[in-house]
Every structure is written in C-alpha cells, then in structure tokens.
Design a protein around this ligand. Sequence first.
Ligand SMILES: [Zn+2]
Length: 276
Amino acid sequence: MPEIPEVEGFKYVIKVHCLKKKIIDIDSSDKKLIKHNYADFKKNLIGHEFVSTERRGKYLLIKLNASDYTLVMHFAMTGFLVYSKDSQKVKFSKVNFYFKDKTILHWISVRKFEKIWLIKSFREIPGLNNLGPDPLKLTKKEFIDLLNNNKSKNVKDFLMDQSIISGIGNEYSDEILFQSSIDPHHKIKDLTGNQLLKIYNETHKVLKYSIALRLKDIKKYSERNFFLKSDRETFKSSYLQAHRHTDMICPKNKNHKLKKVTIAGRSSYYCPKDQK
Ligand SMILES: [Zn+2]
C-alpha cells in the first residue's frame, strides 16, 4: 500500500482541494526524496497552479499551468497526502506546498521510500515509462490473454508486476487471490480457465469496492489525516484486509488460521484450507 484504491483517494484530494490555486511557497525537510534539483524544483513550481491530475498505476501525476513540467508522486509503502487549512505541523511531512488561499498540501513519507519528481517526459522515470495497462481498463478478454501470455509466471507475481498490469501491489494481490480461493503459490499454467476468470472478476470487485471505501473515507476526513481508521475498521470482515494485520483469522471460517509466507519476495497472507 498505497495501491490503486489509496492513490485514487489521493487523486481526489488534489482534484477537490488543490487545483487552480497559486503555489506561493514550498519547503522540504528531506530534499533527498525529491528527484530533482531542489532550487529548480521550487523555482519551477512556485507561481504555478495545479490544473489536472491523473493516476497511472501507483503514480499520481499532477499537471501545471503554463509549464511543460508534470509533478509525479510515488507513495511506496508509507506515503500519503494531508490537506490542511492551518499551519500546524503535520508529522512525517517531507514536502509542503503552500497555496495562496493559505491552505497547505503535505506530502508525507514515513519510511522514506517515497519519491517525488518534476518531469518533462515519462522517460525520466523508467517505472512510469514501462507501466502495463490499468487492470480496471482491461476487458475480460484482454485480462485473460495477459494471464495466458504469462503462463510460467507465479500468479501473485503476475498481479504485482507493474510492467504487466499496473497499480496492484502486495496487499490487494493477496485479497484478489483470497476472494478467488486460489493458492498464491500457483503458477498461471496450473490454473483452470474458471480460475483465470475468477481472478479477472475478483480483481474488478476488490478494486472497485476498495476505491469506494477510500473515497468515502477521504470525503469524511478530507481536511485531516487520510488513514484515520485501521484496515480492520475500514474493510468488511469478509475481506482478508480486515484480518491480516490483526487476528489472522480466516474471514470464511473462524477455525482457520491465516498463514504468512514469502512469495515473489513479499510477505503474503492466505488461508491454506480455502485457497487451492
Ligand atoms: Zn479459510
């Protein structure tokens, strides 16, 4: 995290609160996270306005008026945005954008894996330049074709590979496979046609449900912190997400214990009894 649903939430923050307002100042408490010369970064942003925003995979792109530059944010594992109307200090805020109407956008990075760029071309960020299509924009046939074109790949690795499909990471790939009742250890070639179809359907279901949740949250807390509630309180209890960080109980059967294993280099959670 943040993955598609969370970045959609951040996009909402920019869209509703930060467009068409002149940036009058910027400061940063950790300039190393800005992948651009800091003096130029400030110079190229101050006096401009954000005019539009879009999500590409897990990246958030923000276009500026009267400029060829695009501001790009990547939230890695612990990044998020806070929009505030007062100047109180926000914990872990690494870059602050001050607008003319005295509001502030705080770009938060807790563990410092997050990055921010000011670019003229996607080629400046290889991860962005080589993104696969967005899963929500793929038709059923396109999605199944992609799976079939990557038969020797592990299924969880497939879902997380940004160059194949973009925007899904560790947590939502676990959720999609849990809801599909598929063991995350499988290679795609081990799965039946019905299982492939299930992955397509659950990818859409899980992402759409989670985007709606995040947007509901952000509308409620738009002027405060983004993740005020824990995943346990946010997600319905039939979701792995409500249990993986807490009681480790299987959402389908309280007598099953979730298992944590490493797959494709990431900590994956699944129910060995329900996922075959
Ligand atoms: Zn179970």
